[in-house]
Ligand binder design. Structure first.
Ligand code: AMP
Length: 143
């Protein structure tokens, strides 16, 4: 199973924000959409950063409530690690584990085409393992 198959099942919508949105705007969007991260896009939809709920908590922990009126560009991660549709679940699990993050924007030809969270990965990995177990059971029953 690869990223393209996961996107086919979950859809390609990505919730984004602009770098000058305030941390409060971003927090409201995260809460309203019930998601853990937003991709930050600049001119022509180019990915310029990512902000997750962890960054919001860190910003408030370090700067207090004043952080909420500051632009998200002050707190986002600028070096965004992304993946491509052809990559396998194993590959993106390893990218997330090594990078210690739970969100992976999918980029093809400089265009943002989807996002995969650790929740999507775990869900599809379990489905894959269950399929293998049921195939093995069938094989043993008929053998
Ligand atoms: P997360 O586990 O996704 O909540 O993110 C933990 C930290 O990693 C936060 O500082 C995020 O800004 C950062 N982060 C999340 N996803 C990525 C990514 N794909 N590339 C780079 N940094 C990321």
């Amino acid at each position: 199973m690869n990223v393209a198959m996961i996107l086919k099942a979950k859809g390609r919508a990505v919730t984004t924000a602009r770098p000058d949105a305030t941390l409060l705007d971003v927090s409201a969007k995260l809460a309203a959409k019930k998601i853990g991260a937003l991709v930050i896009v600049g001119e022509q939809g180019r990915v310029v950063g990512i902000i997750s709920e962890r960054d919001v908590i860190r910003a408030i922990g370090e700067k207090g409530a004043a952080a909420l009126s500051a632009p998200v560009s002050e707190f986002m991660t600028r070096h965004v690690v992304s993946a491509q549709e052809s990559q396998t679940i194993d590959e993106i699990m390893s990218t997330m584990t090594q990078g210690r993050f739970r969100h992976l924007p999918i980029i093809e030809d400089d265009a943002l085409v989807g996002i995969i969270s650790i929740g999507d990965v775990v869900k599809h990995h379990i489905a894959e393992v269950e399929l293998e177990v049921s195939a093995m059971r069938g094989y043993l029953a008929t053998g």
